[in-house]
Design a protein around this ligand. Sequence first.
Ligand SMILES: *[C@@H]1O[C@H](CO)[C@@H](O)[C@H](O)[C@H]1NC(C)=O
Length: 213
Amino acid sequence: MRFFALLPLLLLALYKLDQALPRFYIFDPQRLQELSKASIERHPNNVTELMIDLNQALRKEYGEKHVLPFDTNPEHWVFSNHGNAMGAMIIMHASISEYLIFYGTPLGSEGHSGVHLADDYFTILSGVERRFMPGELEATEYYPGDQNWLKRGEGSQYQLHGWALELAQGWIPSMLPFGFLDTFTSTLDLVNLWKTVYLTGKGMIGQLLVGKF
Ligand SMILES: *[C@@H]1O[C@H](CO)[C@@H](O)[C@H](O)[C@H]1NC(C)=O
């Protein structure tokens, strides 16, 4: 009985916390798009050099303590299987309220975006992303420099052939089950799962230690 009396208070507290979440964001989607466009312009034909360049710009803009360095060492890259889609990613930032990664596949992949308690900003670096939502009969296409904003609570079918800079802002831990479930129902790639959990956890704890929620 007492618990039920407290329930409205608990809900109010959760609502307030949710409303306050954006105060913890450090990344700005518009700025990420500007920096991406500048790097694309400097390195239109080599995505490795583009990523090195963009990573340096991001570290300069947001500080080295918030953006991990980029390399092509396989130790720092993981597969991501989610919603029937597959690609690889390198985590540059992971905290409770944000993550920033390079994500993509040179082969092309297609699936469900998932429905998240987070906004997702997908800036295309190379190749093309196509997406559609129920009620649309034509795909929307995104090319290098374009940014696809998947709003919190929305889902889409998407196809990515190339590479993107992805920023998520919201309740990041709530997104993790979607990112991990395909491992148990399909790939059984537990080594990759462990690597992903380790790198994500390390990022989140590291950010908490420097005061970033
Ligand atoms: C792209 O740049 C990287 C790093 O400089 C280089 O190793 C690679 O060979 C280049 N790739 C192409 C296709 O030119």
